[in-house]
Design a protein around this ligand. Structure first.
Ligand code: NDP
Length: 342
């Protein structure tokens, strides 16, 4: 028995439709002292991400499904508390996929040392400077082949990925319109992030009309985070040779029946569109370039972000469910341990 008791969140049931608090359970486990070659880590923050919903379904995908009764996994950042491994020492900041828990012991191979950029916080490396930021960067610049001054539409625009997409596009001198689910989020886009126009899709009425009105000259790049009616409406307004990086389709993640497809996909033929799905993990070769560009944009005051932080591992299910209810502004994070010194 060690001195450390770790709380963790396990999957209790496979959610049907919108996930419920009762689909999760909080458990306590004893964390052993690290053995030879092992490292004891205390997490500071864990991330909740929409893709985790797909892992709660028992089906083959690009990541294996979570198992009932087992602790969930996902991105986390924390600090080494004790180490019997030459590659790590106490105090090192490390990222891992051992989220949804407070403490864990690792053999080291699954830990990535985190270099901190000056004036950043631990949680930034799970958001703007981590996987979601990288998704925005690779999706917009590589998959979307964005060119300076183009017309860009972004859905879920105030979220972890969307808020970075909007600002990269603005840094490239683009005309940018974001779609969001509240007036507060719309204000964040236009007042804080310099987005040209924001559409509150919950109050805008017909989305076809709202998007067409925001793009009198059409859309060059639609950064797709939502799917459904957003995709259908954007397709109608695409310019010739437009690109649609398919990043996510959160509108269908909780669907219990197959949702209807867009009935206007043939627009892609006449407009000679490129519609391309991507998974961020295939593009980590861009990491040095991403960090260099983000650091520059931060220095130039062209890059900022928000987080919604839930306190305590017991809040992790709420944080996760909140993604599908639009409760997060910017990146949703869960603080599960101390920020700095352990
Ligand atoms: P967000 O931080 O954007 O959180 C999700 C947001 O989506 C909510 O806050 C909500 O904002 C919006 N939303 C939820 N349900 C709906 C709905 N039915 N219709 C419209 N909007 C909805 O999440 P991320 O930035 O982490 O992820 C954004 C998208 O990117 C997701 O689809 C995700 O799966 C995808 N993704 C893909 C990756 C890849 O490698 N391809 C990697 C990372 C993310 P609002 O209030 O505005 O509705």
């Amino acid at each position: 028995m060690s001195n450390h008791t770790s709380r963790e969140i396990r999957l209790k049931n496979r959610p049907v439709g919108m996930p419920q608090a009762s689909d999760f359970e909080l458990a306590e486990v004893n964390v052993p002292n690290p053995g030879p070659g092992e490292v004891l880590v205390r997490n500071s923050y864990m991330t909740v991400d929409p893709y985790m919903r797909g892992r709660m379904v028992d089906r083959k995908s690009y990541v294996p499904p979570f198992q009932i009764g087992e602790a969930l996994t996902g991105g986390a950042i924390g600090q080494v508390v004790a180490s019997n491994n030459d590659k790590f020492k106490a105090g090192d900041i490390v990222q891992s996929m051992n989220g949804w828990r407070e403490w864990f012991v690792s053999k080291g191979a699954d830990l990535q040392p985190q270099q901190m950029i000056p004036n950043t916080k631990l949680g930034d490396y799970l958001g703007a400077l981590g996987m979601p930021g990288m998704t925005a960067y690779a999706g917009l610049l590589k998959i979307g082949e964005l060119k300076d001054g183009e017309r860009v539409f972004v859905s879920a625009a105030s979220g972890a990925v969307g808020q970075i997409v909007c600002q990269i596009a603005k840094a490239k001198g683009c005309y940018v319109v974001g779609s969001v689910g509240s007036d507060e989020k719309a204000k964040y886009l236009t007042q804080d992030l310099g987005v040209d126009r924001a559409i509150n899709y919950k109050t805008a009425g017909d989305l076809n009309t709202a998007i067409a009105a925001a793009f009198p000259e059409g859309i060059d790049v639609y950064f797709e985070n939502v799917g459904g009616a957003h995709l259908q409406a954007a397709l109608n307004v695409m310019r010739p040779f437009g690109r649609i990086p398919l990043c996510g389709m959160i509108d269908m993640y909780n669907a219990t029946e197959p949702p209807p497809g867009p009935n206007n996909l043939a627009m892609a033929i006449g407009m000679q569109l490129t519609i391309r799905g991507f998974i961020v993990s295939s593009h980590y070769d861009l990491m040095p370039q991403f960090i260099a560009d983000m650091s520059r944009w931060m220095k130039e005051g062209k890059m900022k972000w928000r987080e919604t932080i839930y306190d305590g591992i017991d809040r992790a299910p709420d944080a996760f469910i909140g993604l599908f209810k639009g409760e997060n502004m910017g990146k949703a994070l869960v603080r599960v341990g101390p920020d700095k010194a352990v």
